[in-house]
Design a protein around this ligand. Structure first.
Ligand code: SAM
Length: 233
């Protein structure tokens, strides 16, 4: 059984929320980055258009949950300057690293929540996203912990509400038992359709999908990732 957080009423996700203590330069980068790109849950209101969070009035907003060190978030922000990117991550070292990427490249079309991506989802307006990413989520390998996996029906329901019809959902995992789990959760969900036509579509990342740190680690350790592109119906 998943534990319910008494404060939020949500299923608790586990993990290194804080991580190793930050070194002085990491803490400075976090402060500087959050002053420029940071979002809090209070900044979000499901009744207000997301474009107001950005200075460039984006026509599209994309979301990445669990961005780790932020390499993929920064890549997408750099490649898609007209888009507004929102990332959520609760690992402080990761948020600091992401701030470093965003600061170095002046990626002012990105916003960062240091917190729980599921709480953020609840505060997004209906039909407000045209793309969402959950890449190499924590695998929770023990069977009794599978309910803690972030790719679950509740999160897919929340994504279905906030994603526009035709929007793209990208998922990936390199974990052997998460692959069938992830795919099954997606296939079971009436709001999404898996768009793969051939083996290549789930074995190879498209060219606009850079390798993440966890994918690189998986490959070094001999695990083959599965990539999923799905469409919001
Ligand atoms: C295995 S790492 C993968 C990081 C990155 N996506 C990559 O591929 O390199 C999973 C990350 O998801 C974050 N995470 C897990 N649940 C989350 C949640 N509910 N909200 C925000 N971040 C979350 C963890 O802190 C961790 O950094």
């Amino acid at each position: 059984m998943a534990t319910i957080n008494p404060h939020t009423g949500k299923r608790q996700l586990y993990g290194r929320r804080i991580g190793r203590p930050l070194k002085e330069n990491q803490a400075e980068r976090l402060d500087e980055g959050m002053a420029r790109f940071g979002l809090t849950l209070e900044d979000l209101d499901a009744s207000e258009d997301l474009s107001r969070l950005f200075d460039h009035d984006p026509q599209e907003v994309w979301l990445e949950i669990g961005f780790g060190g932020g390499e993929h978030l920064a890549y997408q922000a750099a490649q898609n300057p007209a888009v507004g990117l929102i990332g959520a991550e609760f690992f402080a070292n990761g948020v600091s690293a992401a701030c470093g990427h965003l600061l170095r490249a002046n990626l002012d079309n990105a916003r960062v929540l240091h917190g729980d991506g599921r709480e953020l989802l609840d505060r997004l307006p209906d039909n407000s996203l045209t793309r969402a990413f959950i890449l190499h989520p924590d695998p929770w390998p023990k069977k009794r912990h599978h309910e803690r996996r972030i790719v679950n029906t509740d999160v897919l329901d929340a994504l279905a509400r906030v994603m526009r019809s035709g929007a793209e959902l990208r998922l990936a995992t390199d974990h052997a038992s998460y692959k069938p789990w992830m795919l099954q959760k997606l296939l079971d969900h009436p709001a999404f359709v898996w768009t793969a036509n051939s083996k290549r579509d789930w074995q190879e990342r498209p060219s606009d999908w850079p390798q993440t740190r966890y994918e690189a680690k998986a490959l070094r350790e001999g695990r083959v990732p599965m990539v999923i592109k799905a469409k919001r119906l």
